[in-house]
Design a protein around this ligand. Structure first.
Ligand SMILES: O=C(O)CCC(=O)C(=O)O
Length: 289
């Protein structure tokens, strides 16, 4: 079975350093040759035919498939499962996401073919480390990921404060306001390039130009304690109840009071919101959340 390029100790240290400082790292020539060909074949299999542990089509604008690693068949997807379960990626995830309970447990395949915007600038409501593998050459003109270096630190703090005040994870104000002062790096890469990023940094792909396509495989490792429906008697559950004294002063905490929006409508930033902590809540969840 073909394997990806080995990531040795010095490179792993550099990746971890870049993650801490900037929130992302670009690993060039991670997959190539026969492995890349197999990854592309399995990618098409997932999207077009599905299979055990594979849920097809999660977005109206793009064909997609989500693979549950614990249910998928290694015989059907040896390249995809082997790549994201590799020791090298596991070590990076374990070192960056302390106390992670599962590593790369969900893998998503997305095939963007429709021109225009792919997602808004956001950070994921649940913090994760993502491995994001370009299966075709990906540049400014076909959806290369843009990332605001260093923004992960402030966003982590914003989520923590929102949760301390009894806010729910899915209501974290995680969409950048149009007037926010952000500078982005565009992470272009040839096919086989791996991006590694902390999803707490603001990110969004460039627009897809007409006639272009983008194929991506991504796997996530969630930071612990981020259940979507926390159960008693966990701390996460307790914080969302009226037993959390911080929630009693909700009147003074506009971001915690923001009404929850439903369905796929996107909350609009209120005109007077200017502080980064008061970002629009986001419910048209960008992929990968
Ligand atoms: O480029 C994309 O498909 C969006 C990436 C993203 O938002 C994510 O994986 O968290």
């Amino acid at each position: 079975m073909p394997e990806h390029r080995h990531i040795g100790e010095p490179e792993r240290a550099a990746i971890l350093q870049s993650l801490a400082a900037k929130g992302f790292c670009v690993v060039e020539d991670f997959a190539g040759g026969a492995l890349l060909a197999d990854l592309n074949t399995e990618f098409a299999q997932c999207i077009e035919r599905g299979g055990p542990g594979i849920r097809q089509g999660s977005r109206p604008r793009r064909p997609a498939a989500t693979i549950r690693v614990d249910r998928a068949s290694p015989a059907l997807l040896p390249a995809i499962l082997g790549t994201f379960a590799s020791r090298d990626l596991g070590q990076i995830a374990r070192e960056y996401v302390a106390a992670a309970t599962t590593i790369n447990d969900r893998i998503k395949a997305t095939w963007d073919r429709r021109p225009g915007k792919i997602t808004d600038v956001h950070f994921d409501s649940r913090r994760a480390l993502k491995f994001f593998l370009y299966l075709c050459d990906t540049t400014e003109s076909n959806g290369a990921l843009r990332y605001a270096a260093g923004s992960h630190r402030a966003n982590t703090a914003i989520r923590a404060r929102h949760l301390r005040r009894g806010g729910r994870l899915m209501d974290v104000p995680n969409v950048a306001l149009p007037n926010e002062d952000l500078t982005f790096d565009t992470l272009e890469g040839g096919r086989g390039t791996l991006l590694v990023f902390d999803t707490d940094g603001f990110h969004a792909p460039t627009l897809l130009t007409s006639g272009e396509e983008r194929k991506v495989l991504r796997a996530r490792t969630l930071f612990p304690g981020q259940s979507r429906s926390p159960k008693p008697p966990t701390w996460q559950w307790l914080r969302t109840t009226r037993l959390n004294p911080y929630s009693w002063w909700g009147e003074e905490l506009p971001e915690a009071r923001r009404p929850r929006t439903q369905g796929t409508a996107r909350a609009r930033p209120r005109a007077r919101e200017s502080h980064p902590a008061q970002r629009a809540s986001e419910t048209d969840r960008p992929p990968g959340n």
